[in-house]
Design a protein around this ligand. Sequence first.
Ligand code: ADP
Ligand code: MG
Length: 240
Amino acid sequence: MISFQQVEKHYGEFHVLKGINLSIKQGEVVVVVGPSGSGKSTLLRCINRLETITSGGLVVGESQVSDKKTDINKLRRDIGMVFQHFNLYPHKKVIDNITLAPMKVLGLTKKEAEETAMYYLEKVGIQDKARSYPSQLSGGQQQRVAIARGLAMKPKIMLFDEPTSALDPEMVGEVLDVMKALAHEGMTMVVVTHEMGFAREVADRVVFMDKGQIIEEAPPEEFFVNPREERARLFLNRVL
Ligand code: ADP
Ligand code: MG
C-alpha cells in the first residue's frame, strides 16, 4: 500500500529524512515513535505529498508519489489525515465540516453527504453534536469529528499525527478507542503517537525513528520487551 525506497528529504541544508525504507501492507497498523524532531511528521506528510521528497522512491497504491503524472488530488482523496490540532473550520457546524469535501470532491448531493456524515458521527459516538459548532465541543469530541471527517471521504489509508497530544488526559482514551475500532475494521493506518499503550496494543509494527533514520522496526511485543538498538532502549527508558 505504501512503500518508501531510499527516501531522502532535505529542508534547505537540513537533512531531515535519511535513507528511509519502509513498506506498509493493506490493513496494517504501523505506529511511528521517536524523539521530537526526528522526522516523524515529515515522514507522514510525504505520503500525501504535503512535503515532497528530495530523492528515492515513494509508492502509494499504484502511484509513484513524486511522479509528475500522478494525480495528486486523487492520491489525497484516498488518504485521510488527522492532525494534533483538529483543524476543523470554526465557523462551520460539525456536520458541515464533514459534508464539505464529499460534496465538493466526490460530488455527493447534500442529502447523501449528510447521511454519510451522520453515519460516521454515530460511529465516533457524537451524532448528537452534528448541529454544534466546534468551539462548543471538548477537545476529544473535536478530534472525533476530525476523524469522522476523514472517514467520510472513504479513504484507503488514514494518517494520524499525534492525534491525542493536544488533549486533556481524560479525553485521550475516547479518541484512542475510535482509532482502535478503526484498526480492527482493517483500515491501513500510520500513526505517530507518544501513547505507548496504544502502540503496544494496536500496532502490527512499531517503527522507531531518530535523527531522520529508521533505527528499529519490530512488532510491539518485541520492540517494547526487548529492543535491539541502544537508542531505542534509551528512548523507551525515558517514555515508559
Ligand atoms: P517530528 O515530527 O519527529 O518532531 P518533524 O518531521 O516535524 O519531526 O521535523 C524534523 C526536523 O525538521 C525538525 O528539526 C524540524 O525543525 C525540521 N523541520 C520540519 N519542518 C520544517 C520546514 N518546513 N522547514 C525547515 N525545517 C523543518
Ligand atoms: Mg511531529
